[in-house]
Design a protein around this ligand. Structure first.
Ligand SMILES: [Ca+2]
Ligand SMILES: [Ca+2]
Length: 265
């Protein structure tokens, strides 16, 4: 997939070129993403690194961060790339939220806090391919393998306004070259990607119940505070806007606190 590799190199041109020159030689990225590179004998395994797209409930017209989880299966994962299919026409019920990056097609993605000193996570929209390419790469400060399994980062998605309530798959591209991973030596690792799911829900009656599960959690109250402070968008928790005037207010946050205390009764 020369196009994707080219894109990857384009997004990350500076760190990749510096890394290649200083840490492990110019061939690392090429070998990391070349199809068919064999595993060293010590790494031969029927297992694979598994990336799972997460599941979230989002109201129609709302948005949320979708977490990505990894199971390393004993491999030393240093570089990772996968593609999320967006669908088209009637199947396009969600889209990535772009902006805030250096390029207009950069998706709003973030690495988990405990990994941020060693890794970066980027996402970019590829309209011609109808997908989003997500890349996890080591920072220049360290070139170590990922230290743990579990959620490593998240990217933000928006559900199209008017989308019917229901469950919609968040699909990984399962074609052979769509996902790739390599270790610190640039050896290609086997990788498998698992789909996630977006559940489109009605705006709940419960103020501040961002995920529509019928209760207001502490995290959702913190999210409400962030919205009032301007650190997050109202679209991430439309149910906070009880009077539907397009703005989250202090009164509405206080109502959310009340709903948290009395379980939305
Ligand atoms: Ca909730
Ligand atoms: Ca309001």
């Amino acid at each position: 997939m020369a196009g994707r590799n080219g894109l990857f190199l384009g997004i990350l041109a500076v760190p990749v070129s510096l890394f290649a020159a200083t840490a492990a030689g110019a061939g690392v990225l090429t070998s990391a993403f070349s199809a068919g590179a064999g595993l060293p004998s010590s790494r031969q395994s029927t297992d694979a690194v598994v990336v799972s797209l997460g599941s979230r409930a989002i109201v129609s017209g709302g948005e949320a961060d979708i977490p990505f989880e990894m199971r390393r299966a004993g491999f030393e994962v240093a570089v990772l790339q996968f593609a999320i299919l967006l669908g088209s026409g009637d199947t396009a019920v969600y889209e990535p939220v772009v902006g805030g990056g250096t390029h207009p097609d950069d998706v709003q993605c973030q690495i988990e806090t405990d990994l941020s000193s060693g890794f970066g996570l980027g996402g970019v929209v590829q309209p011609d391919l109808g997908d989003v390419i997500v890349s996890l790469i080591p920072s220049l400060r360290s070139f170590e393998p990922l230290p743990r399994d579990g959620v490593f980062g998240r990217c933000r998605f928006r559900v199209e306004p008017g989308t019917a309530v229901g469950q919609y798959p968040l699909r990984c591209d399962h074609t052979p070259d769509a996902a790739s991973a390599s270790d610190t030596d640039g050896n290609t690792l086997p990788i498998r990607c698992e789909d996630g799911e977006i559940t489109v829900i009605d705006i709940p009656n419960c103020g501040g119940d961002c995920d529509g599960d019928g209760r207001v959690s502490i995290d959702e109250l913190v999210q409400g505070v962030d919205i009032l402070l301007g650190n997050d968008d109202l679209a991430s928790c439309l149910s906070l806007d009880v009077n539907r005037d397009g703005v989250g207010s202090v009164d509405e946050l206080l109502r959310a606190v009340g709903d948290a205390l009395d379980d939305c009764q």
